[in-house]
Design a protein around this ligand. Structure first.
Ligand SMILES: [Zn+2]
Ligand SMILES: [Zn+2]
Length: 261
């Protein structure tokens, strides 16, 4: 049994997530330039021409910036829901029809030896959705770009072996920071991003004894810091008697390939 993943890059400057099993290699989002994407793949020793496909979460540029380029260069199929396709299609450039596939919201699809489930999130995009990945009893959940973590999302992502979970901002830093109020309101709102504290609270509800690994993701460059995010989330968890190590992600360099075992 093999299920390995790397958060290739995470943050408002660009997101990409890589997951592989024995039978396939899958990319989720390609939010950095083609050149940067190639660099990230080389850092984890993955040849992007061996990918089976790319799943898309939503059309924000920090998730699709290099998507058209990578898909064309390596002739890869792209999977997204209908509204996301509509919203992003123009910015992708020319793709052939056999590269365009549909992955609906709240759908479970089998990709060879992996079961991938999509779930909708509250975020200011056309039809944003994220994914869980299952393989031989193991489960990984990718959860970023959401204004709040609904009960429904908690049910879908609970009891996973590993999480990549959004800890976007420190509410205090955001409030006193330089962003105009309209932007602050967007980030703090129900269609924005999850704060460090809300990340901790959500994790408290969803993790189990089975959970071995948590990566904090999509940290704001202006309104968060890695140490602060880790400490804030850890405090919330510890107050509720949960002691688990938290791992960083980075906007520019990939996390080491982690094998879920
Ligand atoms: Zn994003
Ligand atoms: Zn977004």
């Amino acid at each position: 049994m093999t299920l390995r993943f790397s958060v290739l890059a995470s943050g408002s400057t660009g997101n990409a997530f890589y997951i592989e099993s024995n039978e396939q290699k899958i990319l989720v989002d390609a939010g950095l330039s083609g050149k940067q994407m190639d660099y990230l793949f080389s850092e984890v020793n993955v040849d992007p021409s061996t990918l089976s496909g790319i799943l898309v979460t939503h059309e924000h540029s920090d998730h699709i910036k290099g998507l058209g380029i990578i898909a064309r260069k390596y002739n890869l199929p792209i999977y997204a829901n209908e509204k996301t396709w509509k919203a992003m299609e123009k910015s992708l450039g020319k793709l052939s029809v056999d590269q365009k596939f549909h992955f609906g919201m709240e759908e479970v699809k089998t990709f060879k030896d992996m079961e991938i489930e999509s779930f909708g999130v509250s975020h200011d995009a056309a039809e944003p959705m994220f994914y869980t990945f299952r393989h031989e009893g193991k489960k990984i959940a990718l959860v970023t770009d959401l204004g709040y973590v609904s009960e429904r999302i908690k049910k879908t992502v609970e009891d996973a072996d590993a999480y990549i979970f959004e800890a976007n901002h420190d509410v205090g830093m955001l409030r006193v920071g330089r962003y105009p109020w309209s932007v602050k309101r967007r980030i703090l709102g129900d269609s924005g991003h999850v704060s460090n504290e809300d990340c901790g609270l959500a994790l408290t509800d969803i993790i189990s004894n089975r959970t071995k690994r948590i990566y904090l993701a999509h940290l704001s460059l202006d309104n968060n810091m890695k140490d602060l995010a880790r400490m804030s989330v850890k405090n919330v968890l510890q107050e509720r008697g949960i002691d688990i190590e938290l791992h960083d992600t980075d906007p520019k360099s990939p996390t080491a390939l982690y094998e879920v075992g």
